[in-house]
Structure formats: structure tokens, C-alpha cells
Design a protein around this ligand. Structure first.
Ligand SMILES: [Fe+2]
Ligand SMILES: [Fe+2]
Length: 167
């Protein structure tokens, strides 16, 4: 791997994390009564997304649609089969309840994602787009639901009306 390819990968990871970190900081600033600080965090977070996407494209991370979906299936499958089970077990062993809950939420939802991507791969392999679907995401666990959630989130018990509709 060239030095620049290696650096693009590192920078892509760093910018991706910065985006999420600033997003979390913006929510905190809003809650703490600093809406303009929150605004700054969101602006810089958006710029880090631009940087991250630039790096990702420069390392030729974006392929054709079927190939991109295969990348997603592999990533989600790794998280479902290996990464989160191991992380969850380690957190439970250490008695770190917050880590365990966070890993468990992600683990449960990655199973859903893997299935959704597998279905997408099958559809795209036939040269078709998915049927029009409404997606709703749980703000607590990330549950990615097709259509409005009736009742409560089966993963984290959040009321369905709190789910965010994805544009
Ligand atoms: Fe996922
Ligand atoms: Fe949830």
C-alpha cells in the first residue's frame, strides 16, 4: 500500500470520528443552553463529512452499486458474527454495563442491516431498485424499521413515535 493510500485511510477514519464526536458535542451544547456553540459544532461536523468523503473517494472506496452493497454485507456480517459478540462478552466480563448495552444495541441492529443489505443485493442483481419504502430509525438503539414502528422498539423499548423518519 502506498503511503498516501495508507494516509487516506487514516484521515478517513479520523474525519469520520470527528464528525460523530462534534455531533455528540453539539447535542450537549444544545442541552446545556449554548445553541450557537452547538451551531458551530454542527457546521464543523458537516465540513468533516466533506473531508471524509473526499478522502474516501480519493482512495477509490466508492465502486459500482452492487459492489458497494457487497462491502456493506461483509462489514455488517463481521460485526454480527465476530466483532460485537466478542465485544459484548468482554464488556460483560468486565461488568461495564454501559459498554455492554451499547454493543448489544448495535449487535441487534446490525443483524437487521445485514438482512436489509442482502435483500438489496438480490434486487440489484436483477437490475432493479428496491420498492419504495419508508424507513424509521430508533434514536436510542438505531433499530432500522421499514414503516412506522407500532408500539415500542423491540430492541430497546423506546416508544415507536420517537422513531425518526429518514428522508
Ligand atoms: Fe449496521
Ligand atoms: Fe430502539
Amino acid at each position: 500500500m502506498s503511503k498516501s493510500l495508507d494516509n487516506l485511510q487514516t484521515a478517513f477514519s479520523g474525519e469520520s470520528m470527528a464528525n460523530r464526536r462534534y455531533t455528540a458535542f453539539a447535542r450537549k451544547a444544545d442541552a446545556a443552553g449554548f445553541p450557537q456553540i452547538a451551531h458551530l459544532f454542527r457546521a464543523v461536523a458537516a465540513a468533516e463529512t466533506v473531508h471524509g468523503l473526499n478522502h474516501f473517494r480519493a482512495m477509490e472506496g466508492v465502486k459500482e452499486v452492487p459492489e458497494n452493497i457487497q462491502v456493506c454485507i461483509a462489514a455488517e456480517n463481521y460485526e454480527v458474527v465476530t466483532m460485537y459478540p466478542e465485544m459484548l462478552a468482554a464488556a460483560q466480563e468486565e461488568g461495564d454495563k454501559r459498554a455492554a448495552q451499547s454493543f448489544n444495541y448495535a449487535w441487534q441492529v446490525e443483524k437487521i442491516h445485514e438482512g436489509q443489505y442482502r435483500q438489496a443485493a438480490e434486487t440489484v442483481a436483477q437490475g432493479k431498485d428496491l420498492p419504495e419504502t419508508e424507513y424509521y430509525v430508533c434514536p436510542v438503539c438505531g433499530n432500522t424499521h421499514e414503516g412506522p414502528m407500532e408500539g415500542r422498539c423491540p430492541i430497546c423499548n423506546t416508544p415507536g413515535e420517537k422513531f425518526e423518519k429518514i428522508a
